[in-house]
Ligand binder design. Structure first.
Ligand SMILES: *[C@@H]1O[C@H](CO)[C@@H](O)[C@H](O)[C@H]1NC(C)=O
Length: 494
């Protein structure tokens, strides 16, 4: 039975993911307008139009500094969420969103691209924390039977946020020369909503009990969330989890790389994160409108919205696929599909001048690219990390994975425009090569984790590091579903 408090708590937390998605997508459509304003500001300040190289740098920085903010705050996630608690951390995090959103909204009025860049940095810091806190809180308050389904709400809210930003970015709505500050500033709306609802949401009982050892408060929270007076069974389950956690020593980030036990899994985790970001997906989300313009698509902003719709649709599709097909299979399917789409896109762009209908092929291949992304490289790297590591090393591994992800995100945001200017239509060939590399890596190195326990996964790694030989038949006959891992898989589903 779902109580009002529970629904409100989940909704409130998920607003954070929505905002994360919104800020990924929002920068895309108004690029040209904002660039013109940068140019105007420059002209006013220095009496000459902005050199086009400087404009590219300023714009790329505005896009990419978001990831620096995210990188730094994602690193603080563990500390902040234990120090303040999940709920207070979300509450205070909203200040970042508020300040960041206001800076961006006022930057045109103040004729300052510095404010815009600073705003993007601060909103990035918000997103780094929110993208960790939301799944954490929702995973902790959800009853076991609903944990998987609710965990996916986070991913769904992100893609919905991207789509909302793309729709509002239409020139007839808010993507115009006058209104783009409103578009960027709208990010404070979910912030204000979240801030006003959070006081009515209980702190995560799991956190209160396991981390703070406050049994009484935990019980009270459980009663509010479930609407039941008798919560002994849930408390017992938490006791069991606490006992398990205490049995395992915490592992530091340094140990993660030193110990031969963890070296292979951590390298795999990092490369999977890189495969997500270096696939070029954010080149699409940040820059699709300008790619569509180059491709000669008639209404580029509608094509961008099309990509957003496909993104949402395939996120839902992948939710159904993930528990049926293996993670490894889906990841390879996604990478392979993206690689092929990137090659087709390159050919279409190259032939554009001689064959006009190539712009349609280009558009379709971008849609395919996005669809394949959501099948594999989108959702899988995140919970793969959680599946490769048990309680002890997991927090450190998650921090390393988050850091690699945001770093790669930064490289794409910063570098794409330069490389695109340099290579012209062949820019996606670079992603195709990278995708091929990640595909090969996944084929040879990444084990299947579906339905396996940590012991089985660890044994698999040890065997291979001792034997030194590559075991091609990695899908060993250990397909008996293990309740422990199923549970963890659900808990950590992005
Ligand atoms: C900046 O504006 C000036 C005049 O308004 C224009 O001639 C120039 O092309 C613009 N520069 C860029 C890089 O867009």
């Amino acid at each position: 039975r779902l109580t009002g408090t529970f629904v409100l708590s989940v909704f409130t937390a998920v607003l954070g993911s929505l905002e994360f998605g919104y800020n990924i997508g929002v920068i895309n459509a108004p690029q040209k307008m904002i660039e013109q304003d940068y140019n105007a500001t420059w002209l006013q300040r220095y009496g000459e139009p902005i050199p086009s190289g400087t404009l590219t740098s300023l714009w790329s920085l505005s896009v990419a500094i978001f990831s620096i903010g995210g990188m730094l705050s994602a690193f603080c996630l563990g500390f902040v969420s234990e120090w303040l608690g999940r709920r207070k951390a979300m509450l205070i995090n909203n200040l970042f969103a508020f300040i960041g959103g206001s800076l961006m909204a006022l930057s045109k009025l103040c004729r300052s691209f510095e404010m815009m860049i600073l705003g993007r940095f601060i909103i990035g810091a918000y997103c780094g924390l929110a993208s960790g806190l939301t799944p954490m809180y929702v995973g902790e308050i959800a009853p076991t039977s609903l944990r998987g389904a609710l965990g996916t709400l986070h991913q769904l809210a992100i893609v919905t946020g991207i789509l909302i930003a793309q729709i509002l970015g239409l020139e007839v709505l808010l993507g115009s020369q006058e209104l783009w500050p409103v578009l960027l500033g709208l990010t404070v709306v979910p912030t204000v909503l979240q801030m006003s609802f959070l006081p009515f949401c209980p702190e995560s009982p799991r956190f209160l009990y396991i981390v703070r050892c406050q049994e009484h408060q935990a019980k009270r929270g459980l009663r509010r969330l479930t609407g039941r007076q008798e919560v002994g069974d849930m408390l017992a389950e938490m006791k069991e989890e606490k006992r398990k956690m205490e049995m395992e020593r915490k592992v530091s980030i340094l140990e993660l790389f030193r110990s031969p036990l963890y070296r292979q899994p951590i390298i795999i985790s990092i490369l999977l994160q890189l495969s997500q970001q270096l696939s070029g997906i954010n080149a699409i989300f940040y820059y699709s409108t300008s790619i569509f313009i180059k491709a000669g698509v008639q209404s580029p902003v509608y094509a961008t919205i099309g990509a957003g719709v496909i993104n949402c649709a395939f996120t839902v599709v992948s939710l159904f696929l993930i528990e049926r097909m293996g993670r490894r299979t889906l990841h390879m399917l996604g990478l392979g599909g993206m690689c092929i789409c990137a090659v087709i896109m390159t050919m279409a762009l190259a032939l554009l001048d001689s064959v006009p209908w190539m712009s349609y092929i280009c558009m379709l291949s971008i849609f395919g690219f996005v669809a394949f992304f959501e099948v594999g490289p989108g959702p899988i790297p995140w919970f793969f990390v959680a599946e490769l590591f048990s309680q002890g090393p997991r927090p450190a591994a998650m921090a390393v994975a988050g850091f690699s992800n945001w770093t790669a995100n930064f490289i794409i945001g910063m570098g794409f425009q330069y490389v695109a200017d340099l290579c012209g239509p062949y820019v996606f060939l670079i992603f195709a090569v990278l995708l091929l590399f990640f595909l090969i890596f996944t084929f040879f190195r990444v084990p299947e984790t579906r339905g396996k326990t940590f012991d089985q996964i660890a044994a698999n790694f040890n065997e291979r590091s001792v034997g030194g030989m590559m075991d091609m038949d990695m899908d060993m006959d250990l397909d008996k579903p293990s309740t422990e891992l199923d549970y963890l898989g659900e808990e950590s589903i992005n």
